[in-house]
Design a protein. Structure first.
Length: 283
């Protein structure tokens, strides 16, 4: 094996592209996305992203080995994981605002409500791991994403007079679904690569989680803020803001649900592909 070298050019291009996107999403929710500076940042994201891909295809020891994505099972696992992290990453940033501003909960109450999700993750993850060992990872990942989708669907039913229980009922299937989904999906990703690539695949899984949550926080918070401002602008002067806040939360939930449904469709396709009989060899 040759000497290992860190891919500085790839790292700089990747971080610059990601920073440009996050700045555009963060600043755009305050200034509007039609501003010249935001368009420039989005252009920089596209340019540096394309340069990153071209660089990674050319260097001998890339930061991100793009050839691994030629494996369909690996790519689907990474894509579904990324989409789930985007949706859930936004949830755990936006829901405290709703719980505090609309429902009037204090820090302790908000913490207890938010803890229901991670609690279910801890309870369901070991069971999901054992189930995937017995029946395969794909059916379990589909079940997990379906549970996450159910949680966001319940959030879309929230009304101005909905209480804390409505938020908890949405959190529970999302937490349970992520616990069911994550471990089998990681196993599917690791099982799609050769043993000598386990280290690289593990680092991609970590990067996938961080980038997905970061994009989810920036993008879904921007969508929520834009919809909240639009709904508040429609209220009469002096009217209560609860309807606008509940409506903006439903708008966020609808966006997150759409993201999860894309992930669920990919996982279901992978399951059907896995169970399809292999074509008979030609004579």
């Amino acid at each position: 094996a040759g000497e290992q070298r860190f891919d500085f050019s790839g790292a700089v291009l990747f971080l610059t592209a990601l920073l440009s996107l996050l700045l555009a999403l963060s600043i755009g929710q305050e200034t509007g996305f039609a501003q010249g500076g935001i368009i420039l940042l989005l252009g920089l994201f596209g340019a540096f992203g394309a340069a990153f891909i071209m660089t990674e295809r050319r260097v001998h020891q890339p930061m991100l080995d793009l050839t691994m994505f030629e494996n369909i099972d690996f790519s689907i696992g990474i894509a579904t994981g990324m989409l789930s992290f985007v949706a859930v990453g936004g949830l755990f940033i936006i829901s405290p605002f709703y719980l505090t501003d609309t429902l009037g909960l204090g820090p302790r109450g908000v913490g207890l409500v938010l803890a229901s999700g991670p609690l279910l993750i801890g309870l369901t993850a070991p069971v999901a791991g054992r189930a995937s060992d017995r029946i395969g990872s794909r059916p379990v990942t589909v079940l997990g994403l379906a549970s996450v989708a159910l949680g966001f669907l319940l959030f879309m039913r929230i009304q101005p007079d909905s209480g804390v229980a409505a938020v908890v009922w949405g959190m529970l299937p999302i937490g349970a679904g992520m616990g069911i989904f994550l471990s089998p999906n990681n196993s599917a990703v690791m099982g799609a690569v050769r043993p000598e690539r386990y280290g690289v695949a593990g680092s991609i899984l970590t990067l996938n989680r961080i980038v997905g949550q970061t994009i989810g926080i920036a993008a879904l918070t921007a969508i929520w803020a834009i919809r909240l401002d639009a709904r508040l602008a429609q209220l009469d002067a002096g009217a209560a803001s609860a309807p606008a806040e509940a409506g903006a939360f439903r708008d966020f939930a609808m966006t997150a649900l759409a993201i999860v449904l894309v992930a669920l469709s990919l996982a279901a396709w992978a399951l059907s592909r896995e169970r399809s009989p292999a074509p008979a060899p030609s004579e």
